[in-house]
Design a protein around this ligand. Sequence first.
Ligand SMILES: [Fe+2]
Length: 235
Amino acid sequence: MSDIKNSEIANIIKESLGLDSQSSSPRALDESYVAQPKPFDLNTEFLSQKNKLAHKELYDNYVSTFNKVSAELDAVDKESANLNHSTFRSLKVDEAYNLNALWLHELYFANISDLRSEIAMDSIPYMRLERDFGSFDAWQKDFIACALSARNGWVVTGYHMYLQRYVNTVVDLHSLNHMFGIFPVVVMDVWEHAYYRDYLKDRKTYVFAMMKELSWSVIANRFAKAEKINAAMRG
Ligand SMILES: [Fe+2]
């Protein structure tokens, strides 16, 4: 893989995390990661205002907890790390949990609530999902099956770097059972907190409602980045 492609991948990852893609200075090893909560405008009428506010509060809490954990990791005793019980181990587990939680929520909030949702048959998302799942309808059916299978978790469609194709994956909680090496393009929150207030236990109706308003323009932008990763992986 050439240096140019490596830097291109680095910039894609930086952009997707909201970091300055032009910055070339490496992060110091003892410097905490710091995430900032992002604003989201959810106009959908498929979710109540109370639900939206409560969900935003949860997201803000994941961001602040991630920052706290990250800062504590800077100072934690690494000499006593062990698999049975150690502060270092607990912090590393919480780091992954809260980082996944905040990023998945950002991806989810950004790709729902498009009141003019539509997808063109000649768009990259449509063509890639059709290519890798057999048909767009087959992707939808698989996505819904995944959404109904997660235990308080997530369904994610993403580009898999090893398989070099798009896949759907089930995530339990924020960090269990998902596949490594996926660049996410479509993300749906299926924790009970995402729908129970408005849909009680009818997760399927909630998922259908959210899928009606997927923001295919946001998703197409993610596919464009995934296609660059695909080109780099094949290079
Ligand atoms: Fe959530």
